[in-house]
Design a protein around this ligand. Structure first.
Ligand code: MLT
Length: 406
């Protein structure tokens, strides 16, 4: 008899954005004339930078010529891409990250979901609350939690992020082994400063814990004093792994390309307390379960770091940040408090009432899709998240409708 993984039963009925998608579909079926504007899931709308598209085309053509054709690429990514990432993202920020510590993949969602496989079933996991649901659900699937009670999974350590702590997680009051941090944060849009990250790195060192640092939104930071990488913190390479993505910075949500930085110095420990290289474990996992990102996609991604590519990426992220500014202004006019949207494409709004009720009201009355905060955790209740990923025209129209119908 084939037995289902019993841990899946503990999961909430469906993945947050899938659930929202079903509600929106039902609304559209009932209201076929409604012009729905989606500011829910953070999916980009604007075209991929020209520099990337030209490189993409060129590499597709290479595949049609015997002399330049390529089959399987290196599992961990082509050297040309790993090199430009190290040179552009890490060298200027005074980190020691080398090209061979960068692993190219087809998405940060997959990488941050898969990474927990490297660690023992008994690993004690800490997550912020609210949180990107992938970190939680993948640990539930792996059997690291008990059942879901009163908005929390037994066995997980929750780090509340609320207006009282400016949405910055405090250190846990018990020992944890694996810590998920995200800055700029999804969903709150808050950023972690250097002092805050230093505390986490020293906690991880003292407790021989590991930090999984999700930096998928780093390209939206507009203040140089905010850390762009956890590896700007001294010693972080021993206790942290970082996730980055081309999705939001270069419009690759449909193309798929990301990268994960696993430093050589980063260690986990075996049952005797002996160090085990996390980079070796990840290499072993990826070479078994993953066959690399396609050559044209990697060429397109590398072009994001060319002189013109960098300008175009900057213009693209500036465009969404201007949307974020418009959203913040409109919501502030309604008398509601917001956070995020300055160094992030997400605006986190204290709605001071039931968030699913606000979600339904905005959908029914304004035909605007948002994300209810409780979908990100218990401390998200009463908040909604609005994403700045849409055209200027749609964002302005959505804000007019929200102001009229809130
Ligand atoms: C979000 O809306 O939170 C993101 O789009 C999810 C993702 O990147 O997977």
């Amino acid at each position: 008899m084939i037995r289902a993984n019993k841990h899946f039963k503990k999961l909430q009925s469906s993945y947050l954005f899938y659930n929202i998608g079903l509600r929106v579909k039902a609304f559209q079926q009932d209201n076929p004339a409604a012009n729905v504007i989606r500011l829910g899931i953070g999916d980009v709308t604007e075209p991929i930078p020209t520099a990337c598209i030209e490189a993409f085309h060129g590499a597709v053509d290479d595949q049609g010529v015997r002399a330049t054709f390529r089959g399987y690429g290196p599992n961990e990514g082509y050297p040309f891409l790993r090199k430009v990432i190290a040179e552009n993202d890490f060298r200027p920020r005074n980190t020691g990250i080398q090209a061979d510590e960068i692993f190219i993949s087809d998405g940060s969602k997959c990488d941050c979901g898969n990474f927990q496989e490297l660690f023992s079933p008994g690993t004690i996991v800490a997550i912020t609350d609210p949180v990107y649901p992938v970190y939680v659900d993948t640990n539930v699937m792996a059997g690291r939690t008990g059942s879901f009670n009163d908005g929390c999974y037994d066995g997980l350590v929750y780090l509340p992020c609320t207006p009282q702590n400016q949405f910055k997680p405090a250190l846990p009051d018990q020992q944890v082994d694996l810590i998920y941090l995200c800055s700029p944060n999804n969903p709150t849009g808050a950023v972690m400063d250097k002092t805050c990250l230093e505390q986490w790195v020293s906690y991880a060192k003292e407790n021989r814990a590991l930090i999984l640092f999700d930096a998928a939104y780093v390209d939206f930071i507009r203040d140089d004093s905010i850390p762009h990488s956890i590896f700007e913190i001294e010693g972080a390479e021993e206790v942290a792994v970082e996730f980055r993505s081309f999705s939001k910075m270069a419009g690759f949500t449909g193309v798929r390309c990301a990268y994960t930085i696993v430093p050589k110095a980063c260690m986990a420990y075996d049952e005797n307390g002996e160090p085990v290289s996390v980079r070796d474990l990840w290499t072993r996992r990826q070479t078994t379960k993953f066959n690399g990102v396609s050559y044209p996609v990697q060429r397109a991604a590398a072009a994001a770091f060319s002189d013109e590519g960098r300008l175009q990426v900057r213009a693209l992220t500036d465009y969404y940040l201007e949307n974020a500014k418009i959203i913040r202004a409109a919501i502030t006019e309604l008398g509601l408090e917001t956070t995020g949207g300055e160094h992030s494409p997400y605006i986190w709004i204290n709605a001071v009432e039931d968030d699913w009720a606000v979600f339904d009201r905005l959908l029914q009355r304004a035909s605007v899709v948002t994300t209810p905060g409780s979908g990100f955790g218990k401390n998200g209740a009463g908040f909604i998240r609005i994403s700045a990923f849409n055209s200027r025209e749609n964002v302005m129209e959505a804000m007019t409708r929200i102001k009229q119908n809130y």
